[in-house]
Design a protein around this ligand. Sequence first.
Ligand SMILES: Nc1ncnc2c1ncn2[C@@H]1O[C@H](COP(=O)(O)OP(=O)(O)OP(=O)(O)O)[C@@H](O)[C@H]1O
Length: 433
Amino acid sequence: MSESTQQSYRPSRAGGADRSGNGHGVPIELVGVTKRYPGQRAAAVDNVSMHVPAGEIVVFVGPSGCGKTTTMKMINRLIEPTSGQILLDGDDVGRRNADDLRRGIGYVIQAGGLFPHLTVGANIGLVPGLLKWKSSRTAERVDELLDMVGLDPAQYRDRYPRELSGGQQQRVGVARALAADPPVLLMDEPFGALDPITRQHLQDELLRIQEELGKTIVFVTHDFDEAVKLGDRIAVLAERSRIVQYDTPAEILSNPADESVEGFVGAGAALKQLTLRRVGGVELDEAVTATVGEQANEALARTRAAGRENCILLDERRRPVRWLSLRELGRERGSLAARRRDEGLAVVGTQATLNDALDTMLTSSHGVVVVTGRRDTYQGVIRVETVMNAIQELQSGAQSGAHPAGPGGEPAARPDDPSADGSGTAGTAGVAR
Ligand SMILES: Nc1ncnc2c1ncn2[C@@H]1O[C@H](COP(=O)(O)OP(=O)(O)OP(=O)(O)O)[C@@H](O)[C@H]1O
């Protein structure tokens, strides 16, 4: 076996420092795990050992066919390993009843994997039902979870999956996986089929939920930016799930283990660092706000005095509704009327990355994006200048060699390297961004 010397990867650095939340997640240990599919000469997964710390999100990235899904599915025994052991909180999963095991591990796949003939409520209540929860407890849990994933229970619990958008189906998929409060979630490209903005919102939701719940999450993706955003750690895998690097996103971006990792970190390393910076972690810009019910002429005077062309209208719960221009404010008489929320309003949550903020600005073609916190309340704005400054800071860090230095001290981003365009080198061919 060529990879028989694979080491056990036990990360030493704390990743999402306080993400372990209530410590609900449990550690997962893969010990020399091999999978050989019948009739295949080469193993699909060859002697992989790895430690997934409790309460962390570990993301598997790697080229198509390298064994990510096989490795993940051996954790809940949807695929049985040929040899090796997988320990969940120290217990060998191979000794557990496979059905019981799976009821204790949430599993989310692309497109939600919902049962089309069951309502949203019945889909979410499936595992609690199997666990013989009282129906009142299950019903309560369904509503609690719908709320948690941002869907109004009254509006959605009795709908069928076909009556939901792709993003909503995926939210229900996450709710279903969380239903019985399992310590471990396995997520196999859960957001892969969604458009970029919906994908970004679901990533933010996942991070928010994880902050509260502190599950142990193994997440498979093709998207390196998604890995950097979500992962406390990223496992970069190569053929037969060989672990090329297992580290924090910051470490992988600044110290790629070899040329294959460099290949998909690529020349955009400085830009990708934007993915490491959360909107909640930068000083927000200020904007003028006006609240429904206040006198329009006061809001107008305030906006003018601040030298601004627009102000943000907030509803009575301080949720942003829309931008109002000086002209619109000038037309208002008396107090500001409640208005319908502008569906196109560019908004990001505090969990979003600066990269998300920039994307949202680009797609909305406004140079500013509104930032909201818990319960969608207004926190401030981010202007394009702030993102540009951050990019410049990161780039000057990279150029001076202060930040992304490769293992030999050379800058990780090598613009003259033909392989450093994000399309991958031989070892990582097919790793999409
Ligand atoms: N049931 C099966 N029988 C035989 N070979 C299989 C089976 N399932 C997967 N394989 C092979 O095992 C290898 C690993 O597949 P796996 O689906 O784990 O890769 P992956 O990294 O998740 O790929 P992708 O990113 O394309 O989903 C591939 O070469 C695949 O062809």
